[in-house]
Write a protein that binds this ligand. Structure first.
Ligand code: G3I
Length: 368
């Protein structure tokens, strides 16, 4: 754990230093250094862009070296699954907060900010939601859920992905919404209902609309950028509360970043006075050559081109990766490598050693 992180920790947590060091043992120290803390200034005198990662409650509980790596590196964490309906609502009349609370407590103990993910999404919904039969039922269920969850974490979660992945894979326009029980029962009104309800429960929360596949060259991605801007404008035109857009940035190493398309999108977002966050950065490497050194360099290169394009237009409010270490990543669920080698999409490898991607993120946090 780096010296500055240690001193901040000691300041915030009082006694941690000795234990952390012993837990890691020297090996960890040599291969790993921490992301600098935002209190540090960039060369231009600006505060560093906060860095964070998606975390898993079970891994935080069972894996001390991973837990320490999160403490050493992250100013922010986002529960990878624990705040989704599937985990929170095993049945209609039940809320299960244990796993989410464990992440909130961990974060509070280590002065780490928590982002909320996610309140209205087509994915990770428990089967019982399919039996929501009417518009009125859907309105009640969505509103009750948001009121219950957001009020519970008011003050503990200052930023929410209220809306996640609203657009169809290849949308024709802003009204090409991805099928979900919410879109089926409420139509596009589910977007404004979710955003207005969240704002009514926590007026201080930053409300984010989170989307993916807007970074690349090609007609589908261009259509997604166009539909996203139309959607943001339609929300703005109806005074629906919204503060920021989350670019998930699940970058495919075999796809070209559309620098002009992305920068035009960001300029439009800035013109709507909306902030930008990079919310789920990782680099999907299943098509890359196996050699580790070469692959890690290619992964870092893709992220660098993306962050370069973004940071030339806007200063992201935060840069989060969808996981911190290759030890815990969703990528092999869908993008296993044919050569059977483990995927390497994240800043730290499975041994918690930093990779070139780590340095690229650090560079752009400093406002490269
Ligand atoms: O917790 C259960 C465990 O009890 C059970 O034994 C195991 C076996 O089925 O499943 C575990 O739940 C899994 C959960 O991840 C926790 O690991 C779910 O099956 C699995 O579907 C779920 O996948 C998550 C997926 O979202 C769906 O919620 C991925 O980890 C997570 O990385 C992924 O994240 C999404 C973002 O929310 C939105 N953007 C894309 C991103 C990647 O797909």
């Amino acid at each position: 754990m780096s010296i500055e992180a240690q001193s901040r920790r000691d300041f915030l947590a009082g006694t941690a230093s000795a234990t952390a060091l012993t837990v890691f043992g020297t090996a960890g120290l040599s291969g790993m250094s921490a992301f600098a803390t935002p209190s540090k200034q960039s060369s231009g005198g600006e505060k560093l862009i906060p860095y964070g990662a998606a975390v898993r409650s079970d891994a935080l509980a069972s894996d001390p070296s991973y837990r320490d790596a999160v403490i050493a590196n992250c100013q922010m964490v986002v529960p990878e699954s624990e705040l989704k309906w599937l985990e929170l609502r095993p049945s209609k009349d039940e809320y299960r907060f244990e796993k989410a609370d464990a992440i909130i407590d961990f974060a509070r103990q280590n002065a780490i900010e928590v982002r909320g993910h996610t309140l209205a999404w087509y994915g990770a919904l428990p089967p019982w939601t399919e039996s929501i039969a009417t518009r009125a039922d859907a309105e009640r269920e969505l509103t009750d859920h948001i009121e219950t969850v957001v009020s519970r974490y008011r003050g503990a979660i200052p930023s929410w992905d209220v809306i996640n992945e609203p657009l169809l894979d290849w949308p024709e326009s802003a009204s090409s919404l991805r099928p979900s029980i919410w879109a089926r029962r409420l139509g596009p009104d589910y977007l404004s209902l979710a955003l207005r309800t969240t704002a009514s429960v926590d007026a201080d929360a930053r409300l984010v609309l989170n989307e993916y596949d807007v970074e690349f060259t090609g007609p589908r991605f261009a259509a997604r950028r166009k539909a996203l801007i139309q959607l943001l404008r339609s929300l703005r035109d109806r005074d629906v509360p919204l503060h920021a857009v989350g670019l998930q940035a699940h970058l495919f190493a075999d796809r070209a970043i559309d620098r002009d398309g992305l920068q035009a999108l960001l300029a439009e977002i800035a013109a709507l006075k909306l902030d930008v966050l990079v919310t789920e950065l990782d680099v999907i490497d299943y098509e890359l050559p196996g050699k580790i050194g070469e692959r890690d360099a290619l992964v870092a290169g893709v992220a660098s081109r993306f962050l370069q394009a973004v940071c030339e237009v806007v200063r992201p409010k935060a840069i989060l990766t969808w996981g911190l270490s290759d030890r815990y990543t969703w990528v092999p669920i869908y993008f296993k490598r044919r050569d059977g080698m483990p995927n390497r999409p994240l800043p730290l490898d499975a041994e918690l050693r930093r990779k070139p991607l780590f340095d690229v993120i650090e560079e752009f946090r400093r406002g490269a």
